[in-house]
Design a protein around this ligand. Structure first.
Ligand SMILES: Cc1cc2nc3c(=O)[nH]c(=O)nc-3n(C[C@H](O)[C@H](O)[C@H](O)COP(=O)(O)O)c2cc1C
Length: 447
C-alpha cells in the first residue's frame, strides 16, 4: 500500500436503511429490525469488505408523535436490543468491530461496564460503546420519570457515567486471574480494586465481576454535536460520529472537536472523526440518479412533515402545506431534544429558502449527513477529498436501503478505494483498537 492516510469505515445498519422510506423499496428486507440472520449476513458482508466496524444505533423508546404518520415510518418501532444482537454477531464474525449504543441517561454504569466488557471478551476485543445521552424524550416515561433530563444535566451525568464505567473496567489488573491449581490460588488478592465512587449522580463501590476487557476499555464512540456534546466527545470519545451536509461544515466541526482535546489533556490523534455518508452508487451517473429518485419518490408527505418536526426538536408543523416555505415562527428557539440538529436544519432552511418538501427531501436519506450520488469513482473522489483535507478521518456508511444499497457500496466503491491504496484489503489487526489505530489504555492501577 502507498503511504497515504487510510480511510476508516463503519457500516451503520439501521434496519431497512437510513432513508425514511427504506422499507418501501421493493428489495429492502421488510422485517429487518428483528431478523437476526439478515443482520448476521450484513455484518459478514461488511467484514468481507474489510470495514473497521459495524454500528447499531438505539433508542430506549418507540417514537411518539403523529401515529398516523409514524405508522408509515417504522424506525425504532420493532428493533433488537443492540448489545444482545452484537453478542450474536460476534459468534459469526472474526475480525470486524462491533459498536452499538447505550444511553447514559437511562442505564446504570455498572450494567454498561458489564455489558460492553462482556461483549469485548465474547468478541476477542472487538467491542465499542456509542455513548449517547438519548435524544428521544419519550425514553423518560419508561424509566420512572415524568420528563427527560435537560441537556446540561444529561451531559453532566454522561461525563460522570463514562468515568465510572472506565473505573469499573479497571477493577481487575490485566494479570489478576492466576487460575493456578498448583498454588490453589484463582486470583491475586492485590490485583482487584474497589472503585468506591461517590459523585454528583452515581455511587458505585465496585469491583465489577468481570476480568479486564481484552482492549483494556472497549472503544468509546460519541456523537454529540452541541457545545456540551463536543466537549464530551473531546474528553472521552475515541471515535466521533458526526453529520455534516457540506465539506466546509465538516472541516470546521473536525477542527473544533480536535482543538478541544487539549483542555482535557488529550491530543487530536486520540480521536478518529467519522462522518455520516449516504452513498447512492450506480455503474453510471444516470443509473445512480435513477436509484436516488426512486427512493425520494417513496416519501409520504406526512412522514416528511413528521421527520422535519423531529429534526426541529419537536416543532409543530401541522396545517402547513408542504410546498410553502418553512415559516420562521414554527422554528423553536431552543429544544431539549437535540440543539445541534435544530440549528443545522433551521440554518439550511433559512440559507436556501426551502419549502417543507424540499427540506424533508434533503433529510429523507441523510438525516443531515453528506449525500453523494454517482459512480464508484465519483464517490471515492469525495471520500478521498474529505480525508485528505481534514474534513474527516473516515465514514459511517449509511445506505438508503438495505441490503442492496450497502452491497452496491461494498462491491463497487470499496474495490476502488483499495485500488487507490486508501483502504485495507485484508485485516492486519485482531481488535477494534488495532483496526482504528487506537492505543490500548493502561489500567489506572498499572505499576
Ligand atoms: C452516526 C450517528 C449515530 C447516532 N446514534 C445515536 C443513537 O444510537 N441513539 C441516540 O439517541 N442518538 C444517536 N445519535 C445522536 C447523537 O447522540 C446526538 O444526540 C446528536 O448528534 C445531537 O447532539 P447534541 O445532543 O449534542 O446536540 C447519533 C448521531 C450520529 C451522527
Amino acid at each position: 500500500m502507498r503511504d497515504v492516510k487510510q480511510i476508516h469505515l463503519g457500516a451503520h445498519f439501521p434496519s431497512m436503511g437510513q432513508h425514511v422510506a427504506a422499507w418501501l423499496h421493493p428489495d429492502a428486507q421488510i422485517d429487518a429490525g428483528q431478523n437476526v440472520s439478515y443482520f448476521m449476513k450484513l455484518a459478514q458482508s461488511a467484514e468481507r469488505a474489510c470495514f473497521d466496524f459495524v454500528f447499531m444505533a438505539d433508542a430506549v423508546a418507540t417514537r411518539d408523535g403523529n401515529m398516523d404518520a409514524l405508522s408509515r415510518w417504522p424506525q425504532y418501532m420493532a428493533h433488537f436490543e443492540p448489545i444482545t444482537l452484537m453478542s450474536a454477531t460476534a459468534a459469526v464474525t472474526r475480525h470486524i468491530g462491533l459498536v452499538c449504543t447505550a444511553s447514559t441517561s437511562y442505564y446504570e454504569p455498572f450494567n454498561v461496564a458489564r455489558l460492553f466488557g462482556s461483549l469485548d471478551h465474547i468478541s476477542g476485543g472487538r467491542a465499542g460503546w456509542n455513548v449517547v445521552t438519548t435524544a428521544n424524550p419519550s425514553a423518560s416515561f419508561n424509566f420512572g420519570r415524568e420528563a427527560h433530563y435537560d441537556v446540561e444535566e444529561r451531559y453532566a451525568r454522561a461525563r460522570e457515567f463514562v468515568a465510572v464505567v472506565k473505573g469499573l473496567w479497571d477493577s481487575w489488573d490485566d494479570d489478576a486471574f492466576l487460575r493456578d491449581r498448583v498454588s490453589g490460588r484463582y486470583f491475586h488478592p492485590d490485583a482487584v480494586h474497589r472503585l468506591d465512587h461517590k459523585g454528583q449522580f452515581y455511587t458505585v463501590r465496585g469491583p465489577i465481576n468481570l476480568a479486564r476487557p481484552p482492549q483494556g476499555y472497549p472503544v468509546i464512540a460519541q456523537a454529540g454535536a452541541s457545545e456540551d456534546g463536543m466537549d464530551l466527545g473531546a474528553e472521552t470519545g475515541e471515535v466521533i460520529f458526526f453529520s455534516q451536509s457540506r465539506i466546509e461544515g465538516a472541516r470546521a466541526f473536525y477542527a473544533n472537536v480536535k482543538c478541544r482535546t487539549g483542555k482535557f489533556g488529550r491530543t487530536p490523534d486520540d480521536i478518529k472523526m467519522m462522518a455520516g455518508l449516504n452513498p447512492t452508487v450506480g455503474r453510471t451517473r444516470a443509473e445512480a440518479q435513477d436509484k436516488f429518485e426512486q427512493m425520494q419518490s417513496l416519501v409520504h408527505p406526512d412522514v416528511g412533515r413528521e421527520l422535519l418536526s423531529v429534526e426541529l426538536g419537536g416543532a409543530d408543523l401541522s396545517g402547513l402545506d408542504i410546498n410553502e416555505i418553512l415559516p420562521e415562527d414554527r422554528v423553536p428557539v431552543t429544544t431539549n431534544v437535540s440543539r445541534s440538529r435544530l440549528k443545522a436544519m433551521a440554518e439550511m432552511a433559512r440559507r436556501e429558502n426551502l419549502t417543507l418538501k424540499q427540506l424533508y427531501e434533503r433529510y429523507a436519506g441523510t438525516r443531515g449527513s453528506y449525500s453523494v450520488v454517482g459512480t464508484p469513482t465519483d464517490i471515492a473522489d469525495v471520500m478521498e477529498e474529505w480525508v485528505a483535507t481534514e474534513a474527516s478521518d473516515g465514514f459511517i456508511i449509511q445506505a438508503s436501503y438495505l441490503p442492496g444499497g450497502f452491497d452496491d457500496f461494498a462491491t463497487m466503491v470499496v474495490p476502488e478505494l483499495q485500488r487507490r491504496g486508501l483502504m485495507r484489503s485484508a485485516y492486519s489487526a485482531t481488535t477494534l483498537r488495532g483496526h482504528m489505530g487506537l492505543n490500548r489504555p493502561a489500567s489506572r492501577y498499572a505499576r
